[in-house]
Design a protein. Sequence first.
Length: 456
Amino acid sequence: MINVEALKRIVGDDWVVTKRDQITGYLADETYLGVLPKPAENVVVVKPANPEEISAILKLANEEKTPVYPRGGGTGLVGAAVPTRDGIVLSLERLDKVIEVDKDNMMIVSEAGVTLEHMLKEVENADLLFPPHPGDEGAQVGGMVACNAGGTRAVKYGVVRSYVKGLEVVLPTGEIVQMGGKLLKNNTGLDLIHLLIDSEGILGVITKATLKLYPKFGATATLVVSFEDRRAAIATVPKILQAGIIPMAIEYTEKSLMEETAVHVNMTWPAKQGKAQLIIIMAETNEDQLYGLCEQLSEICEKNSAVDILMAETTSEQAEILKIRSEVGNALKPKIADALDVTVPPAAIATILDEIDKVSQKYGIFIPVVGHAGDGNLHPNMYWEFEKKGVLKQAKQEIYEAAIQLGGVISGEHGIGKTRLPQFEMCFDPKQRELMLGVKKLFDPNNILSPDSAIC
Ligand SMILES: Cc1cc2nc3c(=O)[nH]c(=O)nc-3n(C[C@H](O)[C@H](O)[C@H](O)COP(=O)(O)OP(=O)(O)OC[C@H]3O[C@@H](n4cnc5c(N)ncnc54)[C@H](O)[C@@H]3O)c2cc1C
């Protein structure tokens, strides 16, 4: 039983929603329909205004052993925010203030419910930069930290983990704790911040984050490099990195997907040649440096069979390319049962693509691939035909096994959530699993926070 009356006393009547037709938007996330978990029947959505209310909700839930599902922007792709047991969806949407952009320390202090879109505007207004860019700007600061989001711009500056310097967290037992601060170095005690990053909502509710910012780049350019075949394109990626050129992003994609996506968003994909393409974003301190590196980069690509190199220099041309790339998932969605997120060591990226091709050939179904090639992170998109033929699970398993064989992992950025729990045991030995369960028990003795997610 969910104690609705007690919840109303904590947050006020207006912020507890019980009617099913008013909470449907909170019962799913952006997970592909072939694997989206079924939500529970009795779910209440609660919208607290501050950490103190969250603390009171968690104390109550802990006493009454009611499951609680923290919810950010609901843009997750592994069903982590879906309430699969009767309980409370705890929405962070009212914690929506940027507290401070500290230009001197180059840090932003933000409440957890601030969206990426809102945060990027504040950072831009302060003439600073937050490089990570997961594809949906509706993601919230707390969600991005809880998922350690990656995205297109991680090659040079890393994923969200590299930016988190401080957190305010409400523990499942109700205590409000402050971790870290505006510090670039902090070797004091065990690093709990990094335990919370990528905890997918199972260890605590993040209410505030202090994130590092960068000065804006002096000059940027976006190149779309076209190749006739996917292996030639992807095999070029390690060559670029080995030459000492570290772009902000190296994305792998396929021309037909980009054209289809461009139509979906009423735009035109500018690169007309080849079949497989790399989108390379270069960001340097000045134009001389930028053009020098772009020239070197072009030579490497030409030596590796590139058939065309398009260079976008204006801000709007570059933004259009990134926009189309960000929309690929949405455009493809109706045709896709699930999209994977395998990551391998950077030099093994061509081999994992070969393995994906083998699976595709074995089942006679094409697997379109996009991904963050510079990070060794690919997203093979599994068409509904796999599900219709009854081979989706098996085909996914074969791709996962190939990734692990190459020293990789089954998720580079989307996480385990609920949809990848069946593969959890293939990723960790029993001792690591025992340690993870022990940590969970220490934070959350009654297993109220996001049960059935991230670890098992
Ligand atoms: C079109 C599209 C493109 C995407 N591209 C990328 C990409 O390139 N890279 C990438 O990494 N991801 C990508 N994603 C996935 C998603 O945007 C990220 O995982 C994002 O970090 C999720 O944030 P959210 O606020 O939407 O979290 P939600 O989906 O609401 O929640 C995700 C998990 O975080 C937990 N959580 C949320 N807020 C909190 C909080 N305050 N405290 C504790 N736990 C919390 C939830 O309980 C849940 O377990 C994409 C998604 C879409 C739809």
